[in-house]
Design a protein around this ligand. Structure first.
Ligand code: FE2
Length: 356
């Protein structure tokens, strides 16, 4: 059996074999290939003379190719003074394949057109189209609706969504000069960047949806981003099942203390057993000091950081800027959201909704 073609990915290579019966491709991590290479063998005994711990885990090849007779894979690691490349016979790869026929869970998507709902090209009511988009992608962006937030509340109300009043009130005015809210001692009311988070993870049932309705954009900055936390969780499960299990099972504590408000809640970050379905709680500014046995702490931080790195990669984010009259609605149980720092009198109106 020969090698038909290769697909090179960031962490692994996919080898397509041909012809064959059953699965015709297998995935191999780069580090696994480097460790199992014929390089670094004793010239007489042919035993391996390098331990995997001596090789850089993040090593990526300079070049990867199929030999002209299609019987082997060749990898040039670019780190050899002698210019030698690794060679893996097709038969050897199949004998030692550990991920034959694997179908990966994709990383969170970033094509922002998937969120767009155009009010001028709808068959039915806007509220219904937004709700459908929320179910499909976790977020919806509507351009040029205008500034009437009450009209939006009515439109969503007709689809069964009710406004959830929180300690920020019924409608919160997110602006640096807010004087109507008693709880403005938080990042959202400043002009600083707010990194990815979910809202109000310290509540037993965080608000399901949030509308962010732009009344006045920033002069500079103030871009929004949202990330599909469910896709990120499933991708993590696919590439690092131990990290996924830790974030799914180890409870963390969220603690919000403001001048006149305090809540504490303990729950796992990735909750697949929550009533109503998947729920992600992720908030670096309300995460309380983490407590687990000493021997478990490093592993938890590694898992958390791996997830954070995944969602903070801009290639895995929907990124856009809201203009006056534009709006974003996102599912706060599924999506993370963020905004960049800004200058100018940016003013967004925020409203929480739930279907109950
Ligand atoms: Fe937020």
């Amino acid at each position: 059996m020969t090698i038909h073609r290769l697909e090179s990915h960031a962490d692994f290579v996919r080898v397509h074999f041909h012809p064959g019966s059953g699965p015709r491709h297998a995935d191999f991590h780069w580090f696994w290939l480097r460790h199992n290479s014929e390089l670094d063998r004793h010239p007489l005994t042919h035993e391996r003379i390098v331990c995997s711990s001596e090789l850089p885990f993040e090593l990526r090849p300079r070049d990867v190719r199929v030999t002209s007779d299609a019987t082997a894979l060749e990898v040039d690691w670019g780190d050899r003074a002698d210019g030698q490349v690794s060679r893996y016979d097709s038969q050897w790869l199949q004998t030692h394949a550990y991920a034959m026929g694997r179908s990966p869970a994709p990383a969170p998507p970033s094509d922002v057109s998937a969120l767009a709902v155009d009010p001028k090209r709808l068959d039915g009511p806007l509220g219904r189209a937004v709700l459908q988009r929320l179910q499909d992608t976790g977020a919806a962006v509507v351009r040029g609706f205008g500034n009437d937030t009450e009209a939006l509340i009515e439109a969503f109300g007709r689809e069964g969504l009710s406004v959830i009043e929180t300690h920020f009130g019924r409608i919160e005015d997110l602006r640096t000069d807010n004087t109507t809210n008693l709880h403005t001692d938080q990042l959202g009311y400043t002009d600083s960047a707010v990194q990815l988070h979910t809202d109000q993870p310290f509540l037993e049932r965080p608000p399901r949806y949030q509308l962010l309705h732009c009344q006045r954009p920033a002069e500079v900055g103030g871009e929004n981003s949202v990330v599909d936390g469910l896709a990120a969780a499933l991708h993590l499960a696919d590439v690092d099942s131990h990290a996924f299990d830790l974030l799914r099972t180890v409870p963390v504590t969220f603690h919000r203390k403001q001048r006149d408000f305090e809540r504490v809640l303990t729950a796992p970050l990735l909750d697949f057993a929550a009533p109503g379905g998947f729920r992600i709680r992720y908030s670096y500014f309300t995460l309380a000091p983490h407590r687990v046995p000493f021997a478990e702490m490093e592993a938890w931080y590694r898992a958390y950081n791996r997830f954070a790195k995944l969602v903070r990669d801009e290639h895995h984010q929907y990124r856009f800027r809201l203009g006056e009259g534009d709006l974003l609605v996102y599912d706060n149980w599924r999506m993370l959201h963020a905004r960049t720092a800004f200058s100018g009198a940016r003013w967004l109106r925020g409203v929480y909704f739930d279907a109950e």
